[in-house]
Write a protein that binds this ligand. Sequence first.
Ligand code: ADP
Length: 268
Amino acid sequence: VPPQGPDAAGDPLAPQAAPDDSVLLTARGIRKSFGDNEVLRSIDLEVRRGEVVVLIGPSGSGKTTVLRSLNGLETPDGGTIAFTGGPELDFSAAVPKSGRFALRDRSAMVFQQHNLFPHMTVLQNVVEGPIRVQRVPKAQALAEASALLERVGLAEKRDAYPFELSGGQQQRVGIVRALALKPDLLLFDEPTSALDPELVGEVLSVIKELADEGWTMVVVTHELGFARQAADEVLFMDGGVVVERGAPGDIFTKPTEERTRRFLDRIL
Ligand code: ADP
């Protein structure tokens, strides 16, 4: 039984288990090709509880494919993925669907586009997963969803439809929908890149708040200011490999690899 965080009962934004620095996820040698396109060439990743890992790198470097592999949306061609307390999936052999579903039970993904159901209200969108997939009693799911929406300032939008919300509000609902699943790991795939610039801040501040609350997350983003502030570790990917990894203070101020330097020069 994981230790319960001090705020786990009181604060709906708090993760289920308190960060304790133990390893939550280990991925080793993840490989993936689409046809002739070798997209991931042996990616290693270790994520500790409470840690924020940020993936940066040029478009097409494989960042999204890493997230999708961790979430069981993509099947790697090789390598292993294991959550602590769960089975180690070895993708060099055939992994049954149940294995990928087991991965999906442990993490929740926030997509670039919020992917909300357009015909459902905000509240219905948030409780859909807990009720239908996790079989949480309806009253409990509704109460928890309401508390989460209140915490991100969307209480009065619970009965609105997605089209009635701003892009930033929609993305905050997307985040709440992920939180409602009570995953061990949150995966963010460029959560602000589809937003108008003036809406980016409100979404990043929710993610930063979750990081401060102790949530474990892997974030793909081009927002280097966010990475500097929130990341425990930054991985720079290029061409399907992790070129360089380290604390944001090191990666951003004294990258050791030429490719990292060139990327940062372009984007900063
Ligand atoms: P990033 O997130 O760094 O932009 P991606 O992981 O999205 O990179 O993509 C890496 C490469 O894999 C790109 O060349 C992309 O076109 C290719 N790719 C991603 N998903 C698929 C897919 N489902 N089918 C074919 N090619 C894909």
